[in-house]
Ligand binder design. Structure first.
Ligand code: ZN
Length: 146
């Protein structure tokens, strides 16, 4: 059983959405989030963009490399130390700081380790077989929003 991605102490029992991020959390930590169906392990693929079970695609915030670097330097840690803590290769950390998008699981580890936010949902695809036209927002609506 995987450990809770929030506290890292108790076994994760639920997949929840917390502050826009999908996490496996323990009973206690999942309370603040909305519960999602569990994703089969094989779908949790380590890709730059990971699509969750309900069709959300995650991406990294635009300034992720700076955030990671600043967070690391604030703690006075070397890339090697960070890599060891996260059980990742130093090159992954170095590439991330240079602006190469890390795999989502690495980004999650960095988020948790530094307590920073690196992932955001950039697309929410609904399981609705409906043509999404521009019926909701007309030019008139746009112009009224001031
Ligand atoms: Zn927890």
């Amino acid at each position: 059983m995987a450990l809770c991605e929030v506290c890292g102490e108790k076994p994760a029992v639920k997949r929840v959405r917390l502050e826009g991020t999908v996490l496996d959390a323990c009973e206690k930590c999942s309370r603040g989030g909305s519960e999602l169906p569990r994703m089969p392990e094989r779908l949790a693929a380590p890709k730059a963009v990971s699509r969750s079970f309900e069709g959300e695609a995650l991406t990294l915030v635009p300034n992720f490399s700076k955030l990671v670097r600043n967070a690391r330097e604030a703690r006075e840690l070397t890339r090697e130390q960070v890599a060891r803590e996260l059980r990742e290769k130093e090159s992954v950390i170095a590439r991330t700081e240079r602006g190469t998008t890390p795999p989502i699981p690495v980004a999650r580890k960095l988020e948790k380790f530094f307590k920073i936010k690196l992932l955001e949902i950039y697309e929410k695809k609904k399981f609705e077989f409906k043509e999404s036209g521009d019926e909701d927002l007309t030019l008139g609506d746009v112009l009224r929003v001031k």
